[in-house]
Design a protein around this ligand. Structure first.
Ligand code: MG
Length: 302
């Protein structure tokens, strides 16, 4: 029996490896975030935001600096063409790393003002890019550059990469943060992590119906995360939501039931499914990168 996995619902046994062991793959960072698995290279990239760098892990165990400075990059994902999409606190923009290494700025302004500090990002099957824009990168000089917000709020955006059109899809979050689609893309989950700077702030994930692939309707609170905040999360191919929390990774069924937990000795910020079989969770947690095998596979590109 695993000492790492905590089973709160019998369904969690089928989703995990009961004898799985949590591995710490790297430590020594200040604050890790934004893990992304690069399948064709079999590597994991993740951000060490205060150190202004992106790290790279390989299956041989080697860890090196992928890039530094990283413009205080935070969340990453890949588009369907396999290009890296990154949220950058320092430059207050969303970028795409082309196959030749060139950086394309996809979004840096809305309504005449600079973005706050794009945080996390997902790509839909129609190539649209959805990202959150809380102010964590401009609150101080720790995770970016201290500055005043030039936006009327903390929005969630939908970007059409072909035209560059940027639209607000949610404007009533205090601190929008992680986001992920259900496998059929009919539901978008978005977290509010206002508790990070306000003990009475939100620490929940909301669910929205996605209408015409463009708009969000029917907002409802899907799960309240305790302890900690749902900074980042991913969805598996059966629609279960694996989210960061203060004591590890929490797994929720699509019906909102908390199925179980994977305990991690540091506060978790984010995670991604990776490995050649997509059955290994790579977990960024405070100063470290962890991994654990599960019995599910991720529903994410590519
Ligand atoms: Mg985040």
């Amino acid at each position: 029996m695993s000492e790492t996995n905590e089973y709160l619902d019998p369904r969690f046994y089928a989703l995990t490896q009961p004898n799985a062991r949590l591995e710490r793959l790297h430590t020594g960072s200040l604050w890790c975030e934004g893990p992304v698995y690069i399948a064709d290279a079999d590597i994991v990239l993740w951000s060490d935001i205060p150190n202004d760098r992106i790290l790279r892990w390989t299956p041989t165990g080697d860890v090196g600096v992928y890039c530094q400075p990283s413009r205080y990059a935070n969340g990453h994902t890949r588009d369907r063409q396999g290009r890296l999409i990154s949220c950058e606190h320092g430059s207050r923009q969303v970028t795409r790393t082309e196959h030749d290494g060139q950086i394309t700025v996809l979004a840096d302004r809305y309504g005449g003002g600079r973005l706050n500090s794009p945080n996390d990002v997902v790509v839909a099957s129609d190539d649209s890019i959805w990202f959150s824009d809380p102010p964590y990168g401009i609150l101080s000089n720790y995770e970016g550059h201290k500055a005043e917000s030039e936006q009327a709020g903390c929005f969630v955006f939908r970007l059409e990469p072909a035209s560059g059109a940027l639209t607000v899809v949610a404007d009533d979050f205090v601190r929008p943060n992680g986001l992920a689609f259900s496998p059929d893309e009919r539901v978008l989950y978005i977290s509010d992590t206002a508790r990070s700077h306000d003990p009475n702030g939100h620490h929940h994930i909301r669910a929205f119906d996605v209408v015409d692939g463009r708009r969000l309707e029917n907002s409802r609170v899907f799960a309240v995360i305790e302890p900690g905040v749902p900074d980042g999360f991913r969805v598996d191919t059966d629609g279960n939501i694996w989210t960061s929390a203060g004591d590890g990774v929490h797994c929720y069924a699509p019906d909102g039931v908390l199925l179980g937990k994977i305990h991690v000795p540091e506060a978790v910020s984010n995670l991604t499914f990776g490995g050649p079989r997509r059955n290994r969770l790579f977990i960024t947690a405070s100063s470290s990168l962890y991994a654990i095998y599960v019995a599910q596979t991720g529903a994410q590109w590519p």
